[in-house]
Design a protein around this ligand. Structure first.
Ligand code: BES
Ligand code: MN
Ligand code: MN
Length: 462
């Protein structure tokens, strides 16, 4: 591998400016008001793939937002890397908590990022990380060192469940055939501690509705005599965890894969400071399932969390009222072997069963997906490990993440290939939160590391 650092040095300002232009388009997939912007982003990705040296670049229409595809097949006998990423972003709200507007990217220095970080919605998740692959492709074609075939598949519905992509993958086995899938949509432990994500959690997302009396009531005239849907809902939710913070839904843990003592000991070796963790979040104690460490609680253990709850009067001042209805959105993060559809059914059955007389309960499942674990002895993992070792000067640590990319397990099922998760983000990048950012150093390091992956993957496959 030659001239990689030189090429990046020469073009880094343009690499940053191009990303900044992409970040200006509010491609919020969850909000139909931004439809034009989402479609415009797809067009921009198309032309950036063409400029980077891809052929057969096309916008593939779906029932939802399009998938941008592009490839470069240099020799059918060489291996093929399929790059996946997403061009849609999360809604930016609460907007008043941003220090600068979410779609007006700015580069600012921070304690962790003395080289500067790009602040914008999607900077890290996933426009910035996806674009590293586009620029790595440009670098490899421009310096004549693309060692194998490449296919790009960039979608616009990841943040809302990837429904169209699932159909697209099922219908296009041949087009998408590959030897390894490469994704940068996760994080790493720290700038000086590279890591490769070896696991993702699954997800089951549900909405619940508790209905009591047929109308909102005067809380003096009726209070104490009828079930208050908000009181009932909060009591029901509270009962979903016991005093050890275990989830109480019968059967919930039945298929949970338990790690061996050795595996847990191996995990515990990853550098982690509980003090820094608490300090970064301004909390005086961590909280969670008894018998597990913080890093275990947020990666190898399943969880149940309320993501939103509403009902009754929330306006200014006071209104004495018993609401007719109360609502909550609940997500469960799942671990390998838990089937998300089965867990959704277990939740529904249990939640309906614990409703007291005097209210009715409705459970509406949203999206979900399976978890994923990948071995560390595959060619893909070894190639990624060698790549990081070259560019970071350290062997990366395998790490299971708590986040979810549900489509990854579908890739394995449909395309029969393993996914390598080379994430360059940091937990402190505030993805999905106000002031999301991505370190300039991380961005350029990603662009530098990716070509090494291609090089080693091709070499090890031969
Ligand atoms: N890129 C994230 C997932 C992620 C982030 C995994 C960091 C590991 C580390 C992805 O865009 C995402 O937000 N996924 C959603 C699930 C999806 C179905 C909405 C999630 O994890 O909540
Ligand atoms: Mn993402
Ligand atoms: Mn996301």
């Amino acid at each position: 591998m030659k001239d990689i650092k030189k090429y990046i040095d020469l073009h880094k300002d343009r690499f940053l400016n191009e990303l900044i232009e992409l970040l200006k388009i509010p491609s919020i997939s969850a909000d139909s008001a931004y439809k034009k912007d989402v479609l415009k982003t797809a067009d921009e990705i198309k032309s950036s793939l063409e400029k980077a040296g891809c052929e057969n670049v096309e916008i593939c229409q779906t029932k939802g937002y399009p998938i941008v595809y592009g490839d470069k097949i240099i020799d059918k006998n060489l291996p093929t890397v399929l790059v996946y990423g997403h061009y849609d972003v999360q809604p930016p709200d609460p907007i008043n908590l941003w220090d600068s507007p979410p779609f007006e990217p700015v580069i600012k220095k921070t304690e962790l990022h003395p080289e500067g970080a790009i602040f914008a919605r999607g900077a890290c998740d996933d426009k910035g990380q996806m674009y590293m692959h586009v620029k790595a492709m440009e670098l490899m074609t421009q310096t004549n060192q693309l060692p194998c075939n490449v296919k790009f598949m960039i979608e616009g519905e990841e943040e809302v469940g990837s429904a169209s992509l699932a159909d697209f993958v099922k219908e296009n086995h041949e087009k998408l055939s590959n030897d390894v899938i490469l994704i940068s949509d996760t994080g790493m432990i720290a700038k000086d501690t590279p890591s490769i994500t070896t696991g993702l959690r699954g997800l089951s997302y549900v909405e619940v509705e508790v209905t009591g009396p047929n109308r909102d009531l005067h809380s003096g005239l009726y209070g104490g005599a009828v079930a208050n849907p908000i009181n009932v809902l909060t009591k029901m939710i509270a009962s979903l965890h016991d005093e050890n913070n275990h989830i109480t839904i019968p059967g919930f843990y039945d298929n949970v894969e338990e790690l061996s003592t050795e595996e847990r000991a191996e995990m515990a070796k990853a550098p982690f400071s509980l003090e820094n963790y608490k300090k970064a979040l301004d909390i005086d104690a961590v909280y969670g399932e008894a018998g597990y460490s913080t890093n275990e609680r947020n990666s190898i253990r399943p969880t149940l969390d309320v993501n939103g709850i509403w009902g009754g009067y929330t306006g200014e001042g006071a209104k004495t009222v018993i609401a007719s209805q109360a609502f909550a959105k609940i997500s469960m993060r799942l671990v390998p072997n838990q089937d998300w559809k089965e867990i959704t059914q277990l939740f529904k059955k249990h939640f309906e069963s614990i409703a007291p007389k005097g209210v009715t309960v409705k459970v509406t499942p949203h999206h979900g997906g399976q978890g994923y674990v990948t071995p560390i002895d595959s060619i893909g993992y070894k190639a990624a490990s060698k790549a990081y070792t070259d560019t970071f000067g350290k062997t990366p640590i395998p790490q299971r993440s708590g986040g979810s990319i549900p489509i990854v397990s579908l890739f394995e099922k449909e395309l029969k290939s393993k996914t390598i998760l080379m994430g360059f983000g940091l937990d402190s990048d505030a993805i999905h939160s106000p002031n999301e950012h991505f370190g300039v150093w991380n961005y350029l390091k990603g662009i530098e590391t990716i070509p090494y992956f291609y090089h080693y993957f091709t070499e090890l496959t031969k």
